[in-house]
Design a protein around this ligand. Structure first.
Ligand SMILES: [Zn+2]
Length: 65
């Protein structure tokens, strides 16, 4: 189990994947979607769309549903 390095909340597999995708492929510290949104100055909804987009592209960082 990993925690958000900003707020300490447990992060999901998608949030771990998103951190790796957006910040650093080799990241060992992760951020939750809200903190990632604040970091990149976008809305959490936009990041959720991004996750779905990457998932549809078959990106291995995001588990298929
Ligand atoms: Zn957070």
């Amino acid at each position: 189990m990993a925690e958000c390095k900003q707020c300490g909340r447990l992060v999901t597999g998608d949030e771990i994947g998103l951190t790796k995708k957006l910040v650093n492929r080799g990241a060992e510290e992760f951020m939750c979607i809200d903190c990632l949104a604040a970091y990149f100055r976008v809305t959490p909804d936009l990041l959720r769309e991004k996750i779905e987009q990457y998932r549809r592209m078959g990106c291995t960082l995001f588990a298929s549903k």
